[in-house]
Design a protein around this ligand. Sequence first.
Ligand code: AHM
Ligand code: MG
Length: 333
Amino acid sequence: MSRVTLSRYLIEQTRNHDTPADLRFLVEVVARACKAISHAVSKGALGGVLGNAGTDNVQGEAQKKLDVISNEILLEANEWGGHLAAMASEEMEEAYQIPGRYPKGAYLLLFDPLDGSSNIDVNVSVGTIFSVLRCPEGTETPSEASFLQAGTEQVCAGYAIYGPQTMLVLTLGNGVKGFTLDREMGSFVLTHESMTVPESTKEFAINMSNQRHWETPVSRYVAEMQAGATGALGKDYNMRWIASMVADVHRILTRGGIFMYPRDAREPEKPGKLRLMYEANPMSLIIEQAGGAATNGHQRILDIQPESLHQRVAVFLGSKEEVERITSYHHHS
Ligand code: AHM
Ligand code: MG
């Protein structure tokens, strides 16, 4: 059987599911940028790309060289094609306007250029997460407000994972497809036709070192999982924490599980560590499209009305049964 490349898949999407041609082009350009990031990441010490850039981003986090390089690659790849009205990134405080010398398009692109970057120097999987929204009609110069749309408005979401293999995982709103990068050919090839999250699981992911800062529902739930087969949940659980959301989510899309980054009492004014618009929303759309669920403990993440570009949110996502359980614990505490 002939191989289905990303390009062919996207053309067939246009033909059979009315995916607009400019959205198709947008995804191709993002995928091309991800190939370039994959190449830079894979060079490691040989490319002189490891270590800190010596700067902080808008969240006050030290930027790695590869955070900055990945951000540049995505901006440069996407600014000239005429498919975007503006971009927003974890690494930039304000929206990035398309330079006046290029035409503007109908979409807004948001991304975390290199998620899990604390893992770069130790050679563990990292990734790029992206989300696509429509630019509100009649917007001359998109402002922060143009981006503040609920996750349900996303027309496309995806991530690239740079691990033993580089993969692109994508949803255009009709299921989740996985493409593996064929490095010799330089193309993404459809290898995972329909990625689904099993409804129940025996695996959880959370940073246990923050246990003393958790709220009651999370403490109760994790204690029940740790109690094992003789406890309230009646089964033995396994735990994994990669500290790279793309890698944790990728595992959940492959064999199920629940991922949690709860609200944290250390910084009460910040509801969680992860960012709503370019981490939680795209991952939630992918997880829901794969049959899983995603909430902030109280409501569906995709229903949250964003209030700012870099807003943080508590995240519980993965196998439906477990996400429903931890959400119900929040409702009854
Ligand atoms: P980043 O976007 O700065 O890399 O931060 C997000 C990452 C996620 O990939 C991961 O789930 C989390 O931070 C790990 O946090 P911690 O180091 O607190 O375990
Ligand atoms: Mg991130």
